[in-house]
Ligand binder design. Sequence first.
Ligand SMILES: [Fe+2]
Length: 355
Amino acid sequence: MVTKYRIINDKDSGISEEPNKATKNPKEQKDSFLEDPKAFKEYSFHKEEHYLIDKTILTPEKEIFFNIYRMDKLKVVPVIEATKNRPSKIDKELSASAGDFVIKKSDIPLYQDYLLSLAGLSDPSEEGKVKTIMVRENSKLIMKDLLDDPRSGEKIKESKVMVNGMVDCILQNRDAIYNMLSLRNYDYYTYTHSVNVAVLSVGLGVAIDLKRDDVEKLGTGALLHDIGKSVISREILNKQGKLDSREYILMRNHVTEGEKILRTHKEVSEKSFDAVLQHHEKLTGKGYPKKLYASEIKLFGRITAIADCYDALTTQRPYKTAFTPFKALSIIAEETGDYDPELLKIFIRMLGKIR
Ligand SMILES: [Fe+2]
């Protein structure tokens, strides 16, 4: 029996979930240590000053040349202390430890060098897996740069190259989706979410046999779907708990702001805009910004809406536990009428192996 949840649009992902009062499960609620304004300020600062890395790339015994920290609620705790001149070896237990691992933004070039060195290490049987991990990590880096500087034409071009890489990997091997998703993070980061939504959308596009060219346009739109959040204040983006009505209106503007930004980039196809403009629309007409009904919502909008909702539900936040993939899919399926039922069926089948 699935607990009934009401999905509401009021958080930084654009989608969040709130149990109905009658069925509230205390396990889903965490101590809201972030209600303290000073604590929130610190948390928000750390989040902006650091970059989330993926633990799966930490190869035991390999040398690393930069500090790695664990985001532990409000604190940033060093787990590896290393510099270019004083490298440290990665402990084999490290990737199994809890929490999100981050690096200082200034160390991103050293992290990129580390990623490149991994490609050289892999044995031929692992080649496909390493390629998918590289596509995922490089897509996140490009998205992070784009959110900092959304007018960069160069980064838009690079994002399209990354989407091509995603499509290649998934066409070669459908299971590449699992290596390309960033799973089990302890907090929400727009760049990680954007890459996950792109991977899930490309996967769904491939599963319904879209033409290659269309899958690429879908993937680009999905990757850039939240680029409008780059103009929203960090205070609102990182706010924990419910937004007030003014903040909610500002947050919802990310859709039209995203369109404005992308109109300045001629290389973004018109079709990709459907993903950006319609990922918060619902078939029941309860979405935003245009409250479109069923047939008014285009295919790319329907696909990214499902991918966006799924990734938001399965991502943990400092104040709540993430839903398991099974539960997240059950919740989306319960929202009868909001999402395209045929696409949802294929989406559930596609994620069959995920735990
Ligand atoms: Fe959004």
